[in-house]
Every structure is written in C-alpha cells, then in structure tokens.
Design a protein around this ligand. Sequence first.
Ligand SMILES: Nc1nc2c(ncn2[C@@H]2O[C@H](COP(=O)(O)OP(=O)(O)OP(=O)(O)O)[C@@H](O)[C@H]2O)c(=O)[nH]1
Ligand SMILES: [Mg+2]
Ligand SMILES: [Zn+2]
Length: 273
Amino acid sequence: MDIVAVGDYVNFQMNDDGTGWIDKVFERNNYLSRKAPKIKGTSFRGERLEQIIATNVNKLFIVNSTIQPQFNNRLLDRIIVGAESAKIEPVIIINKIDLIDIKEAEYWIDIYQKCGYKVYLTSAKKKIGIENLRLEIKNSDSVFWGASGVGKSSLLNTLYPELNFKVGEISTQTNKGTHTTVTSVLKEVEPGTIIVDTPGIREIEPYGIKKQDLGHYYIEFSDYLNDCKFNTCTHFHEPGCIVREAVENGDISEERYESYLNLLDTIEDDMIY
Ligand SMILES: Nc1nc2c(ncn2[C@@H]2O[C@H](COP(=O)(O)OP(=O)(O)OP(=O)(O)O)[C@@H](O)[C@H]2O)c(=O)[nH]1
Ligand SMILES: [Mg+2]
Ligand SMILES: [Zn+2]
C-alpha cells in the first residue's frame, strides 16, 4: 500500500532550498483503491498490490461519457463497488450529452436511479447540468474518476475555470481517450470544497473483496441477501438464492446482475485477506 497518497494530511518540514520531507502521515478516514494494473513493479510475490486513488474523500464522482468513449456499464459498476466498499458516496455523471439524443441514455439512467444513485447529465462543452453539479460538489471532498477521455478534466475546468487543467483528444481510431491527465491533482476550489482530478483508467479490479461479500456492494441486492438459503451464497448457482429470484422477477436489473457475475468471476476463490 502507498505510504502517502493524494488526500492524506501530513506534517512536513521545508529546507531553505525548497526541498523538504514529510515527517508524519495522519490516519486516513477512508480511501479509494483498486488492484494495481498488471504492469511491472506492481506485484509482490505474485500478488497484485493495492493502488490508492485518493484518501479522505466523501464523494466519488464517476464520470462516464455517452459515446466517444462509449458508455461502459461494467466499468461503472466496478467503480461503484470500489466506492461502496470504501464507504464513499458514489455519484454518477453522464457527460457529453450534447452528442446523443437523451432518450438513448434513459435506459441506463433508469437502472441507476432505481438503485438509489444520483445521476447527473452534463455537457462540459455546451455547459449543460453544470450548476446542479456545482451544488452537489459544494462543501465536500470529492474525487473524479472514470475512463480516459470521458471529460473529467473538462468538467472541472467548466466548473472552476481557474483550474485550467490540460484536456486531451479522443483517438479517432479507438474512440477512447489518450490518457491526458497523468497524475492526480488535489485543489481547494472554494473554502471547504476540495476536488481531486485523476488519470483515466482502462480497467478496474476492486482490491480485497471476497466472493461472498461482493453482493453487499451491489446495494439493490441488500433487500434480498439475508433471505438466501446459504449465508455464504454468492448468488450464482446456489439453490435457494433469493437474489437470483429477484432478477427473474425483474426486481433487480439483469444488466446489474450480469455485471455482478462478470466481476464475481474475476475474484479468486481462495482469496484471503
Ligand atoms: N462533445 C463533447 N466533448 C467533450 C465534453 N467534455 C469533454 N469533451 C472532450 O473530450 C475530450 C477528452 O476530455 P478530457 O477532459 O481530457 O477527458 P479526461 O476524462 O480528463 O481524460 P484523461 O485525463 O485522459 O483521463 C476532449 O477533446 C474534450 O474536449 C462534452 O461534454 N461534450
Ligand atoms: Mg483528465
Ligand atoms: Zn443468493
């Protein structure tokens, strides 16, 4: 785990020449993390390490795009799991609504609102939905996260022009972002309002979640979980699974259940933490 991360409160000492050192890192209230991506130097004895995205935040704004890049509900659900397991409120943003007819997004908006999540529709480019979003951000410590190119930095620039974050192009070949933001940046944009912009991600695998616990982070499952026949039910193939029954009855969205199964499949059976 990282020793110091964006959002940490620290004591530090400065030298006259502008160098300095941190001599104390205060305990974190919470932190958002994922498994470090599969690149060299991010695993230890074969185990992938935990990468911290931000600490001491109370809202996670999950930024999605309509098209360019294409809306990706699997990625969104994985980020929601990251937020729920860290006890950070997830707030969903669907940006670039200037590029589609809003009816095309209603299917997804409905699914997430039924789960109880706030969904903000925005266009950083046409300045749509910006004032409502500003109110949601006000007086909180927020982190913006999502795929590359969805418009995290653009939205923050539209909200707070003085930030002047670098904004990148969308690849014409892949319709994906080009990883413009390369390090996380924390700013106090108004007294009492803190935002963190982060580099876009390609993938996310939540860190430290056991198969039998995953259902707790799909909040709409919570009404059914305790009624499953087995208390270790993973809601996949077990008999007497009430979550699956709720999916069959249409009380839980098929899309969410499919994404749950997809994520369940990536968790190793013998995971011990
Ligand atoms: N049409 C349209 N384009 C947008 C909107 N918001 C952002 N863009 C464009 O999308 C591209 C990517 O925007 P960024 O703000 O760099 O995206 P990001 O999420 O910060 O990307 P990374 O830093 O790579 O993670 C830029 O070309 C923006 O101009 C929007 O609301 N509508
Ligand atoms: Mg960016
Ligand atoms: Zn079950």
